[in-house]
Design a protein around this ligand. Structure first.
Ligand code: ADP
Length: 447
């Protein structure tokens, strides 16, 4: 039941509280349903109104918790106290239900166990102990008050034939049994929760350390790529001078060798540039962001690809609504992102093919789709295309050049913007990349 799946990371307080609120909706319905079934199906005799009122009250106070939980700032400000208040309210409500449903004789008295376990998951040990103490006092007070007739006993007609609530032995043994059960459960659940909590903390620390190590590695690659960029560029320029005949004629065989060397040095240059981009974005903890006009960037990117588009006689269509809001991002990174996607669409589409760029937006995100009718991506390659250095088999057999880093760069940039990217493709039919980037919100608190 997805709705009630407990959060995988109980460390995440917000997720835990949401889960707690979801479970309580079920409890509100459950109280009303149990009362209705008890009356109509089991033919038990009891006043149903208190149960209906309590069921509705649970839903009402849960609505308050729901909204408070969603009000940013409040939940953080209250911290544990918010969970403490909720568990306390639930124990009080359960005690009322017990009172209207036969007191100590009510079989649902074991439900205090749920509250104990929930408290152990949500709260530190001292507060769990306070809640269990509160539950114990509630149970003992109710049973004693009914026994000595301070409050009237509300029996459930048709359930028991004997008035157990009036037997001091029954009351003493039952109260003792339930209270010890609660304390034992609290200790066990708290120690399990504590162990989990500790392991999660360790995991979080290890993740942070790994991320830092990854950044260190990226900084190292960045330095190496940076040092390689200049000689790689220099080699290409020198070889170009030779292949363009500016150094005078050279024998055909030698020319062939120099052309091959130039081709490989251009590939080397591209590889170094891609490594630079990838390691730069991976090494950064945060990238500076401002309002970015997407159509302007897309138009620039298309302009840069124009020679290749003309060379391959491609039809390039753009559908960019003029009302598109600016996105919140880094203009250079977004330029690179679209540069890679459009370059791929152009590269992997045959002569006379078509490339289409379209955009739309909601209040929160701008969506862009880059679609081509090129060679497509084999189905089995789709899960891997964002991995570093991965290239699908079909592009390699078609001898199309590439470093296999373009889409990894794209993915890193999308992630750094809190965006999403997905791909749909059919081999031989074409490919569509859909991505979303957050709309720039007009406020001063963006960082
Ligand atoms: P490359 O330098 O090989 O283009 P990328 O990381 O940009 O590296 O892309 C990874 C792989 O994804 C490519 O090698 C290719 O197999 C596939 N791919 C990416 N874009 C397209 C596209 N528009 N059409 C077909 N295949 C694509």
């Amino acid at each position: 039941m997805r709705l009630l799946d407990p959060p995988l990371m109980p460390e995440d307080t917000a997720a835990r509280m949401d889960w707690f609120v979801r479970v309580r909706w079920l409890a509100a319905v459950g109280v009303i349903a149990f009362a209705a079934v008890g009356r109509s199906v089991l033919q038990l005799k009891f006043a149903i109104t208190p149960f209906l009122v309590i069921g509705v009250s649970i839903a009402l106070y849960n609505t308050v918790f729901f909204f408070v939980g969603r009000t940013s700032g409040l939940r953080e400000k209250w911290g544990d106290r918010f969970a403490f208040l909720q568990v306390g309210m639930d124990i009080l409500t359960l005690t009322l239900l017990m009172y209207f449903g036969g007191g100590i004789e009510n079989p649902f008295i074991s439900f205090y166990l749920f509250h104990t376990i929930i408290a152990a998951i949500l709260l530190p040990w001292r507060k769990v102990a306070l809640q269990v103490l509160f539950a114990s006092v509630c149970i003992a007070t109710l049973a004693t008050a009914e026994f000595i007739d301070i409050v009237p006993h509300r029996r459930i007609g048709g359930l028991l034939t004997v008035d157990f609530y009036a037997s001091w032995k029954f009351v003493a043994v039952s109260v003792f049994a339930i209270i010890t059960t609660l304390w034992v459960a609290a200790v066990l659940a708290s120690s399990v929760a504590y162990g989990m909590h500790e392991r999660e903390k360790q995991l979080e620390q290890s993740n942070k350390a790994l991320a830092e190590q990854d950044r260190t590695k990226s900084r190292y690659v960045l330095r190496v790529a940076h040092d390689l960029a200049e000689p790689a560029g220099m080699i290409t320029s020198c070889l170009k001078v030779v292949t363009q005949g500016l150094t005078g004629p050279i024998p055909d065989k030698a020319m062939h060798m120099v052309e091959r060397a130039q081709y490989k040095s251009e590939y080397l240059g591209q590889l170094v540039r891609d490594l630079l981009s990838l390691s730069r974005i991976k090494a950064a903890r945060k990238i500076p962001k401002t309002e970015v006009d997407l159509p302007e960037i897309i138009n620039q990117v298309v302009e840069e690809q124009q020679p290749r588009i003309v060379e391959k006689s491609l039809v390039l269509e753009k559908h960019l609504p003029p009302s598109l809001p600016p996105v919140y991002g880094n203009a250079d990174a977004i330029h690179e992102l679209f540069g890679n996607l459009v370059a791929n669409a152009v590269k992997y589409t045959f002569v006379d093919g078509r490339v289409e760029l379209s955009a739309s937006n909601t209040d929160d995100v701008v969506r862009v789709k880059i679609q081509d009718n090129g060679i497509g991506i084999p189905e089995e390659a789709l899960p891997n295309i964002f991995e570093e250095f991965y290239r699908a088999d079909n592009v390699r057999t078609e001898a199309m050049d590439g470093t296999g880093l373009g889409l990894s760069i794209v993915k890193q940039i999308v992630d750094a913007h809190g965006g999403t990217i997905s791909v749909e493709s059919r081999q031989g039919k074409g490919t569509a990349f859909s991505l979303s980037l957050p709309v720039a919100v007009k406020s001063d608190d963006q960082s």
